[in-house]
Design a protein around this ligand. Structure first.
Ligand code: UD2
Length: 354
């Protein structure tokens, strides 16, 4: 290749580079939405810039019992995981201090819940109790996914709470309704929630809240310890152990067993979690296998290898069928007893009726 050809080649390559970066730059919106979360993992590696202009916030003067290092608030339960994630139990935190810290941030929390087919009957109990007990006094957006928006009761919510109803299709198998929640949440984060909320929680609809669930649940990645399995050795609980499933956890491994009824965290962490779990579900489907406890099995695998930064004790999902042991001082949220044969039985799809 002669020198002239080399020059022409260099000019073409340079023009390509300038053109590419020019277009990328121009296509950036000039004004970024305030709440936009970067869902691209690589940004976690490169963005190390600290905002020194951030205003310093000062807590109001408050009066409360003094903490002492030699007087633990509770000695009957584990307060910290081996990776130092706090476990939330009644009697271990002061809600007034947490509220005062949280109020300075002005966060919006989103709650995603699904009421498809006969589960619409649980909407009123869920919303009525959540309006009263869930992050009381703080901004919450409830996102209710349903195939029957006409059946959503009109309810007066507290001024800081909002309800958004989103229509979704139903599936003939209840397991698919439950598992596809991961995909729907992941997609909705990409299209909406990363502009709208700071933290996001997914909750089953067939539950009711009986005590306050406050800002003690807010953290980067949050899982709830199952009320059925919190004392079981890891090899006798419900993890998926078949190596053919993407949800498989090898024997001898496992921390806690987490309930899929209540998990959450920052928008970007919930995006990673739901995307990864649904990828596992999809690969299992392609391989003709379904994990033992559906998306809950995939969630357990994910949380084993991406340790939660905060854990909610079984107070935050207590199964009504279980007797209440002494360590459960409050049942903040409990399942609603349901007749499985009835709620999961087939119902004609109103959208396809002639
Ligand atoms: C467990 C999990 C649940 C899910 C399921 C998968 C707990 C406490 N709950 O509960 O999160 O992982 O196992 O096996 O660990 N739904 C509908 N319509 C339907 C069926 C389900 O809307 O016809 C939605 C609804 O929001 C419901 C959720 O899916 O709360 C989970 O279904 P479930 O409550 O019947 O599952 P369950 O009790 O076996």
């Amino acid at each position: 290749m002669n020198i002239r050809k080399v020059h022409i080649l260099i000019v073409i390559v340079m023009a390509g580079i300038i053109g590419y970066f020019g277009i990328t730059h121009i296509s950036q919106p000039s004004c970024q939405p305030v709440r936009q979360v970067d869902l691209d993992e690589t940004s976690l590696v490169i963005s190390r810039q600290t905002d020194l202009n951030e205003t310093f916030s000062v807590l109001p003067r408050m009066s409360y019992p003094q903490p002492f290092v030699d007087k633990p608030q509770r000695t009957d339960v584990l307060l910290m995981s081996p990776w130092l994630a706090p476990i939330m139990w009644e009697g271990t935190f002061n809600r007034d201090i947490l509220n005062a810290q949280y109020r300075q941030k002005n966060f919006v929390v989103g709650v995603a819940t699904f009421a498809v087919k006969k589960y619409v009957r649980f909407i009123e109990g869920f919303l009525g109790s959540a309006n009263k007990f869930f992050l009381s006094g703080h901004r919450v957006n409830f996102y209710l996914f349903t195939d029957q928006p006409e059946k959503v009761p009109s309810m007066k919510l507290a001024p800081e709470k909002k309800l958004f109803t989103i229509t979704v299709q139903s599936y003939s198998r209840w397991q698919d309704i439950s598992m596809n929640r991961m995909d729907i949440i992941s997609n909705h984060i990409r299209t909406h929630w990363h502009y709208e909320v700071d933290y996001l929680y997914s909750m089953d609809i067939d539950v009711q809240m009986f005590e306050h669930i406050g800002v003690e649940i807010i953290d980067t990645l949050v899982g709830t310890i199952s009320s059925w399995q919190y004392t079981k050795p890891r090899d006798s609980n419900s993890y998926e152990r078949r190596p053919e499933s993407r949800a498989a956890i090898p024997s001898g491994e496992g921390d806690f067993y987490y309930a899929a009824s209540f998990y959450g965290g920052s928008v970007s962490e919930v995006y990673k979690l739901t995307t990864a779990c649904f990828k596992g579900v999809t690969e299992d489907r392609a391989n003709g296998i379904e994990a033992k406890w559906h998306e809950e099995s995939h969630l357990n695998k994910y949380l084993l290898y991406h340790k939660p930064t905060r854990l909610l004790s079984p107070e935050y999902y207590w199964d009504e069928e279980l007797p209440q042991p002494q360590i459960i001082r409050v049942k903040r949220l409990s399942s609603v007893r349901k007749d499985l044969k009835d709620v999961r039985s087939e119902m004609p799809d109103p959208h396809f009726e002639l």
